[in-house]
Design a protein around this ligand. Sequence first.
Ligand code: MFK
Ligand code: FAD
Length: 477
Amino acid sequence: MGFLQDAPQLAHPHRNDRLLLALLDRVFPSKRRAALDADLDALGDYAQMAWERSGRSTRRKPVLTQWDAWGRRVDRIELTTAWTEGPHLTTRHAVLAAGHENHEHARLEEFARVYVYHIASEFYTCPLAMTDGAATALKASGNPSLIERALPHFLSRDPNHFWLSGQWMTENAGGSDVGNTETVARQDADGQWRLYGRKWFSSAVVGEAALALARPEGAGTGTAALALFYVETMNGTERKPELIIDRLKDKLGTHELPTAEIHLDGLPATPVSELAHGVRQVAPMLNVTRTWNAICAVASMARAIALVRDYASRRQAFGRTLIEQPLHAQTLADMQAEFEGAFALAFEVAYLLGRVEQKVATLQETASLRLLTPLAKLWTGKMAVSLCSEALECFGGAGYIEDTGLPQLLRDAQVYAIWEGTTNVLSLDSLRALAGNNSFAALRKVITGWLGEAHNAQASFAIHAALDAAATHMDAQ
Ligand code: MFK
Ligand code: FAD
């Protein structure tokens, strides 16, 4: 046997992540660190185990069985291993619960966990994000009975008590433009609301609950006439018969995530608030899931760079390791610079979200959060795709070979730019934020504050010039 190349090894995603450790050291008082570090260590251990396991496992996709042997409709979904482990792992390490504690760093504590866990989760983080978003939207609604009913499940630290929530918005006629929603809500003679219609993408179909947009029968057309409903999907251990899973999507990536097309045939539902302005009511959920998207996009970049860096010290070409080849080292440095910018932006949003929710934020921070959330989502989504593509090239031909586990990074990254609002739709949302609440002035103050600490005069000058140009442009609007 001739030369055999060693596979890339994954460094511990918590203990070896310089950026994460620097952030935690900067922000957290030491008395908060012990519990957080223990959870991050455990999630990092899990991530290393999962990377090693992925080289041996071939099972990548969930399987839907619609009928049992005797012709009964069962719509049973068998999940991949990481998905079956998800509820125990994430409740034990309080991934969601940490984000809803009452202190201003709660969201940072949550998103540090998400960042370390995401890739190993096989996109179990997708329904976790939606569950977090549902909890946030229900809190914002102030609906006491739904809060009392659902939040103890969504934020549970007990896997037997834990529920996942979906986010049922997209339909055939309305993904970006949800104002085209065709699902109808009708009230029974006994006052029970029921939903009838088809939801075209449902990524948490194995969940126990969902927030769904629907048009109350007789309401007008357009977005403002939509209402937001809370639904539960299970009767004990059986899925409710009014929820029919038509099929699982065959996707470019996120293969382990069961994304389904579903029919609602009279599924019982409860209005979250008034029977209109459902998009306004679901907006807190959107802003939370967009933050998850940014953090998870950054986690994909971190994983790609960690593997590339390790490989560069193992692989030899032209008489030395790749990392000793100046041009390869430059490529890695460029990737690292982009990643560090993306990391800073995504975690700034998490930090601001925590401060706003705990009511300790300044007006300027509140306005910045509204603007930075769509910007962070759209920018990190695009960047994850280009960085993962570059990472594959850093492995040469091996980056193109499925059972190295590397191509999956690129396939999965493509989703960040599409779901939770495409890049252009979020660009328009950023403009809405700019127009709405003076957030450009607020952001300018934040950026000017950062520049005060910067040492690169040339970069600082360029950014000031860009801010001036943007301000002139906005004044002219
Ligand atoms: C692993 C990573 C984790 C990530 C998990 C992701 C799982 C995937 C799940 C999904 O993809 S779920 C589906 C996500 N769908 C979208 O994100 C829809 C994209 N389309 C938009 O974002 C549109 O801008 C939107 C539908 C929200 C609005 O379009 P419209 O129909 O033109 O409505 P309009 O009038 O602009 O907004 C209605 C109200 O919502 C307004 O308030 P008012 O009623 O008071 O006037 C808006 O100000 C408010 N609003 C909209 N976006 C907001 C918002 N408020 C706060 N924040 C926002 N982002
Ligand atoms: P369209 O809205 O038809 O967009 C097509 C193109 O038009 C895009 O490039 C878009 O940027 C552009 N465009 C649209 N409007 C404008 C405009 N005003 N100006 C400029 N360009 C515009 N949805 C859920 O509700 N729940 C889920 O659980 C869920 N899971 C998903 C899982 C996966 C894997 C994927 C891929 C999607 C999922 N989605 C889910 C759906 C997702 O949110 C939508 O696909 C997305 O919002 C885009 O909607 P659309 O597919 O209808 O595209």
